[in-house]
Design a protein around this ligand. Sequence first.
Ligand SMILES: *Cc1c(COP(=O)(O)O)cnc(C)c1O
Length: 383
Amino acid sequence: MTSKSHSLLTLCVHAGEVVDRNVGGVTTPIHTASSYLYTDERGVCYPRYTNIPTQRAVCEKIAALEGAEAGLVFGSGMGAITSVFLALLSAGDHVLVHKDLYGGTHKLVTGELPRLGVEVGFVDGYETEDFERAMRPNTKMVYFESPTNPLLSIVDAAAVAEVARKHGAASVIDNTFATPINQTPHALGVDVVLHSGTKYLNGHSDLNCGAVTGTREMVRRIDDMNHTVGATLNVYDAFLMERGMKTLGLRVAKHNENAMALAGFLEAHPKVGAVHYPGLASHPGHKVAARQMRGFGGMLSFEPDCGVAEARKIVDSLELFMHAVSLGGVESLVCLPALTSHAMMPRHERLAAGITDTLIRVSTGIEDADDLIADLKQALARI
Ligand SMILES: *Cc1c(COP(=O)(O)O)cnc(C)c1O
C-alpha cells in the first residue's frame, strides 16, 4: 500500500497495484471476463463501467501521481476529453478554450459543440488578462494545455484556475506534454486534469489510452458520462498501461535531460534560428514554467535557417530520429507540423500562430543524448 507521503518514483511503481492473492503474483493480473458473478458486495462488474481490478489499478495509479482524490482511464485521450466536455457542459453554456489545442480537441469544440448548443470562446494570448477578458456570465468551463503544441508555449495554470474559480467555472488542463512527474496541476488549483495516456504515461507507442483526475464527485460525473460514451480502456491495454507507468518517473527524468541537451545544442548551432523549449532562458514562458514545472519535458521544436525542401532533407537525413507523428515514447521522433498536425490549418493562420513551414518538432526519446546530438549534427551538415 502506498501513502500520500511517498514520492512520485515510488508511486509510479506501487500505487494502485493489485497483488494476486490466488497465486501470490506481485503484478496486477489481467481479468478478462466481461461478466462477473453478482454479489451484494461487488454489485455489477462490467468493463464498460471501468470497474474491473485491472482497470482500477491504472485509475488509482494516475490519481496518486496527480495527487487527486480519484482517477479514471479511457480508451483514448479523445475519449477522456469528449467525456469531460459532455459531462460538464449543456446547451446554453459557454466554454472558454485556449487557441493552442490538440487537433482532435479543436475539432470537438469547433465541429461538434456548437451543434449541441454550447457556445465556444477562444483565448488568443497567453496572459491571465486574456482569459479574464474572455469570460462571460454563462462560462462553465475554462480549458487549456500547457506546454502547448508545437511551440511549447506556457499558460500560467494557477492564475487561470483562479480566474475560472472566481467566475464559478471549472478549470480543465490537458497535462499530456508535462506528465505528472513534471507538473501536478491540482496542486496549482486546477479542477480537472486530463491526459492522452497514449503518450508519456504508457511511453512505448503501442496503445491508445486517456485519463482524467479530480475530486471524487467530479470523476463520478465524468465516469457516469463515459458509461454512455463507452470509450473504455480494455483490460489488455490497462495491463500494459500499468506496466508502462511503473517506469514513468525514470523515463521522464531522461526525457527532460535529453531535451535540455538537444535544446542547448540546437540553440548554439549556426544553421538553426529559433529553438522553442521552456527550459531555455530565452523562451517567453520560461519564468512561469520554472515556477509551475519540476522539469521542462521531452518536447521541443526548432526552425532551421533554410527553405522547406531543406527542412525536409534534415528530417529525412536523420538516422536515429524517426519521421512520425505522436510523441512521448522511448524512441525519438521528429515531424514537420506544417505537413502533419497542422496541415489542415490555412497557411496564413498557421504562420500567424508562429508555426512556420520549416518548423521541426522533436519528441525526445530516452536514447543516449550524445548519440542524438551526433545524429542532429550530421543531418544539419547536409544543408
Ligand atoms: C495525442 C493527444 C491527445 C489525444 O489523445 P489520443 O490518445 O490520441 O486520443 C490529446 N491531447 C494531446 C496534447 C495529445 O498530444
